[in-house]
Design a protein around this ligand. Structure first.
Ligand SMILES: *Cc1c(COP(=O)(O)O)cnc(C)c1O
Length: 404
């Protein structure tokens, strides 16, 4: 029991040495144990879903660290401590969606702030920046973040944030997190990385110099297409304090049940990511040799123009790939409508394999000239490779290609 000042944030307990949150333990061990001590009331090994909005105070102002669930909830705290450990951050904060996490980060900056953003960011991020935040005085410059000189040229004295997504989707373009962080910090700007596609299992931006990591936990962290959530990870105590204040003030929090689902997803993150990457690599190599495929975009292939950077800043490729078909939109449509194991659907990052045509689905609202400038041609097909049996996925693609 501790005396907590009124409206004080719930404590972010830092794990003592030797505790499963300790960075000296392996990734999988921390994914299963960090932030998840046996329930103090019953010894339950699984963190309970604390469905409560308020907490009884023993005396006025004397709490067990929680006073109202917008500010803190034990199930959410367990998730936040777990992800902070996996990303190597000081703290993490859970939100109702990836977009809510990004919005909360943006509101840490003042009106008038200029933000440099990698082109080809997630469509919802583009919409939030250009169509919502611009009205509130933020300014954005979109750059090809593969090109450090282009990023440098875009930084102005008003730039407060460099927002990177790497790799991008569906073109799998990479940004050099270490080099660009050094550049941005030299100009007094902070750096945020959307790490949704590789997850901390394959890429840890804070260790490469970034200040913030954001996630759509809806994708690989949840991993089972059954929850929408977002996470924001901070590197320093000062940033953590401000983000916690914003999380509590804005209130775009994740529910206890969804926090529990994400904790459950995280326990198998390492196993799933290894399988996603293994299946995706097999499919990418198979596609690369296929006579009806012009080009495969997948950073683990030696043919990827940034393969060297991929091996330097991440330890694996994830499960997302795209390829250009030999043919037009009609052939692409026939292919994706002919698969039986791969489901025709948007979204990504879950156990089941999803196939889509970005120009007709996820990126249909981007005007054609802009789309083509980004490389999203009508014959581009994207696959979010799941963890089904590799042989079944290859056989499925083979029979679909035979229909062309
Ligand atoms: C899906 C996605 C988002 C948005 O997350 P939601 O959970 O859908 O709000 C942000 N960034 C990337 C890279 C995504 O794929």
């Amino acid at each position: 029991m501790k005396k907590a000042a009124k409206a004080a944030p719930a404590p972010k307990l830092t794990a003592p040495q030797g505790h499963p949150g300790d960075g000296s333990l392996g990734f999988s061990t921390r994914a299963i144990h960090a932030g998840q001590q046996p329930d103090p009331a019953t010894g339950a090994i699984v963190t309970p879903v604390y469905l409560t909005s308020t907490y009884v105070q023993e005396e006025v102002g004397v709490t067990k660290g929680y006073d109202y669930s917008r500010g803190g909830n034990p199930t959410r705290t367990a998730l936040e401590q777990n992800l902070a450990s996996l990303e190597g951050g000081h703290s993490a904060y859970a939100f109702g969606s990836g977009m809510a996490a990004i919005t909360t980060l943006l509101l840490d900056f003042d009106a008038g702030a200029h933000v440099v953003v990698s082109r080809n960011v997630y469509g919802g991020t583009f919409r939030l920046f250009e169509r919502v935040s611009r009205r509130h005085g933020f300014r954005f410059t979109f750059v090809d973040a593969r090109d450090s000189a282009a990023v440098e040229a875009a930084l102005t004295p008003d730039t407060r944030l460099l927002f990177l997504e790497t790799p991008t989707n569906p073109m799998m373009e990479l940004a050099d997190i270490r080099a660009l962080s050094r550049l941005a910090h030299g100009r007094g700007a902070k750096v945020a990385v959307d790490n949704t596609f590789l997850t901390p299992y394959f890429q840890r931006p804070l260790e490469l110099g970034a200040d913030y990591v954001v996630h759509s936990a809806t994708k690989y962290i949840g991993g089972h297409s059954d929850v929408v959530g977002g996470l924001l990870v901070t590197r320093t105590a000062e940033d953590s304090e401000r983000i916690h204040f914003l999380q509590m003030s804005i209130g775009a929090i994740l529910s206890p049940f969804d926090s529990w689902l994400l904790l459950r997803g995280l326990k198998t993150l390492a196993v799933r990511m290894r399988e996603h990457a293994r299946n995706a690599t097999s499919i990418a190599r198979w596609l690369e040799k296929h006579p009806r495929v012009r080009r495969v975009h997948f950073p683990a292939l030696e043919s990827h123009p940034q393969h060297e950077l991929a091996t330097r800043q991440s330890t694996g490729p994830g499960g997302l790939l795209s390829f250009e078909l030999d043919g037009g939109q009609a052939e692409a449509k026939r292919l994706v409508e002919s698969t039986r194991v791969c489901s025709l659907a948007e979204s990504l990052g879950a156990v089941e394999t999803l196939i889509s045509i970005p120009s007709l689905m996820t990126h249909a609202s981007v005007p054609r000239p802009q789309r083509e400038a980004l490389g999203i041609t009508d014959n581009l097909v994207r696959i979010s490779v799941g963890i089904e049996d590799e042989a079944d996925l290859l056989a499925d693609l083979d029979q679909a290609f035979a229909k062309l």
